[in-house]
Design a protein around this ligand. Sequence first.
Ligand code: SF4
Ligand code: SF4
Length: 420
Amino acid sequence: MSASIQKGVNVLKEVIDAPIASFFASCVHCGLCAEACLFYTETGDPKYTPIHKLEPLKKVWRQEYTLLGRLAKMTGLAKPLSDEEMDEWQELVYDSCTLCGRCTLVCPVGNDLTYMIRKLREGMAVAGHAPGGIVSAVKRTVEIGSPMGVKLPALLNVIKHVQEDTGLEIPVDKTGAEYLAVLSSMEIINYPEYLGALAKIFKQAGITWTISSEAFEATNAGIQIGISDIARQIVSRIVDAAEKLKVKKVLSPECGHAYTALRWEGPNLIGRPYNFEVVHVLELLEFLRDHGKLELEDKIKEAVTFHDPCQIVRRGGVLTAPEHLVNAVAENYVPMPDPGKWNWCCGGGGGASAIHEPDAEELRFKAFKRKKSQLEATGVKTMVTACANCRITLEEGIDHYGMDTQVLGLTELLAEHLKR
Ligand code: SF4
Ligand code: SF4
């Protein structure tokens, strides 16, 4: 066994906690998780069955923590995990899993398959079996502070343009503001109008806010690759900035993974509770609407549908805000089939959109067929969503299949319809 595989196996031994051991022991092989996973439903290939994706972890569990498995290993009847197996499983653990959580929701015995895949990634990454695209994103995050290599001067340049366009100030490093807004690189590069939308919304609501020059990136490539030390480092940057600026709340951007990383994994990663609140931008918008501080005019008349980002809705628990907000701005909202917590992933979450090998891209387009058929079922040409990563994945799928559909960001849409 090579040194790197040995390290990977050691990590897998460590991550197998009591829940994981009981999950493996309680699987009744019903196959329901396969029907919940878009990589299986859109390809029909049984290798994409979620519980099958966990075979390397299961092998270590069996050989280390069950009597029969230990005996088989000692007598040479069972072979240890090999480099070849890890290599074969890389596609199953990264390319074909977006950590969307749908399999977890359907398992009749309550197996948290998504949690297990996330844990398996920890061993895969240490063993050197993470995709190059995600490894590069992690490297850029550690060295530069952003998975897409966005440095502070680039952000300041975007801020300058947004200020000129909107005539509003984008505050930077303002101590004592109520909110610290963090962003995803995807928003800074591809959808800078999100920043302008925030400025308009905060202005109308009369709320103070700021951006930090030391921690403006919200996405967490450490969680996507499965390296907790890096995930902790990324969360700590935001915690340090929030504490230094003495804000009351940190506003997570639309980006789904940024939200689950910061809100649900962050305190566990740093080992203590935050002394500020984490709020998703849709939660803030719903709060403002409910308290008469998000006044809208000129609802859009054309029919619109909404793509629920998995990490915000199913995994993040922001269940009602999207529908309430879309209804507030559109006269004709047509729900997508399987809405809310039953949504189907865009196919690009969990770091999958950062994997650019041709096979991975081809698989993403196959998986997108689910969203394509859902969109066709609604019969509408405008899809709203609330995650920059979903948005870019949806736009790529729409372009690939030559569909006549536009994708809009919900925060920007609301900002465009604010009462003047
Ligand atoms: S988390 Fe989503 S993509 Fe991953 S195995 Fe489960 S259903 Fe499939
Ligand atoms: S749904 Fe649960 S019990 Fe059924 S095969 Fe998948 S992991 Fe096993």
